[in-house]
Design a protein around this ligand. Structure first.
Ligand SMILES: C[S@@+](CC[C@H](N)C(=O)[O-])C[C@H]1O[C@@H](n2cnc3c(N)ncnc32)[C@H](O)[C@@H]1O
Length: 208
C-alpha cells in the first residue's frame, strides 16, 4: 500500500467541504478539551491550535475573555486558505510538523486529531514542551485513533495515510518523559463499539 501525506488528504477534504463535518463531529470532544484546558485559568493567555484545520478552535479560543492571542497551524494548504477566508484578521500558519515551531512560546496548546499522523508523536511531545510552551502552561491533546479504540484501527489502511497507534499508557509515559506533570487521561463519549476520544491533559511545570 502506498501511503500519502495526511496533509494532502485533508487539503482535499477542505476543498470539498469535509472540514465542516469534521468540525461538527469533533465538537463534543473539543467542548470537554477546552473545559479541561481553561479550568481555573485566571490570567490572560496566549494559545495555539496544532493541526487547526479550518481554524474553528482558534476562533473559539479567541472568544474567551482572557485570551490575549490565539493562532493556528496546519500543513494542509486548503485548510489554511479556508481559515483565512473565514477570519482574514486571524493568524493561521501553513507549516509542516514536526519541523515547524512557533517563534514565541504560548501558555495553552490545543491539538485535536492531529498528533498520531506523525511518524513519531512521542518525541514531538518533548518539542512541544521545550519549544512551544511557557513554563506553567497547559496542553490538551485529543485523539480518536489509539490502541484501546479498536474501531479506529483500520482508518490508516482505508485512508492510505500513516497513523501511529499508541496505547493510553504510551501517551501518558510519553508526556512524562517529555517533562510534563499533572498528566490525566480520560475517554470522552465512549459507547458500545467506540472507546471515545482519548483526552490527555498535562502541564509544563512553572519556574520556581
Ligand atoms: C483530522 S484533521 C483535524 C483538524 C482539526 N483539528 C479539527 O478538529 O477539525 C487533522 C489535521 O492535522 C493536519 N496535519 C496532519 N499531519 C500534519 C503534519 N505533519 N503537519 C501539519 N499538519 C498536519 C491535517 O492537515 C489536518 O488538517
Amino acid at each position: 500500500m502506498t501511503l500519502r501525506p495526511a496533509t494532502d488528504l485533508f487539503s482535499e477534504w477542505a476543498d470539498v467541504g469535509r472540514d465542516e463535518g469534521m468540525e461538527r463531529g469533533h465538537t463534543p470532544s473539543v467542548d470537554v478539551m477546552l473545559d479541561r484546558l481553561l479550568e481555573g485559568w485566571n490570567q490572560p493567555f496566549t494559545a495555539i491550535d496544532i493541526g487547526c484545520g479550518n481554524g474553528w478552535v482558534v476562533r473559539r479560543l479567541r472568544q474567551h475573555p482572557l485570551c490575549a492571542h490565539a493562532s493556528g497551524m496546519d500543513g494542509a494548504p486548503s485548510m489554511i486558505t479556508k481559515a483565512r477566508e473565514v477570519d482574514p484578521t486571524g493568524e493561521y500558519v501553513e507549516a509542516m510538523l514536526p519541523d515547524w515551531s512557533p517563534s514565541k512560546p504560548v501558555d495553552l496548546v490545543h491539538t485535536m486529531e492531529c498528533l498520531y499522523y506523525l511518524e513519531e508523536p512521542l518525541p514531538f511531545l518533548k518539542t512541544i514542551h521545550d519549544a512551544w510552551m511557557n513554563p506553567g502552561g497547559r496542553l490538551v491533546i485529543g485523539v480518536d485513533h489509539y490502541l484501546e479504540n479498536e474501531a479506529s484501527h483500520d482508518w490508516g489502511v482505508s485512508l492510505h495515510v500513516h497513523m501511529s497507534t499508541l496505547s493510553i499508557e504510551a501517551w501518558k509515559q510519553g508526556l512524562a518523559d517529555a517533562g510534563f506533570t499533572d498528566i490525566h487521561a480520560e475517554q470522552v463519549g465512549a459507547k458500545e463499539g467506540w472507546a471515545g476520544t482519548l483526552v490527555l491533559t498535562a502541564s509544563k511545570p512553572a519556574l520556581t
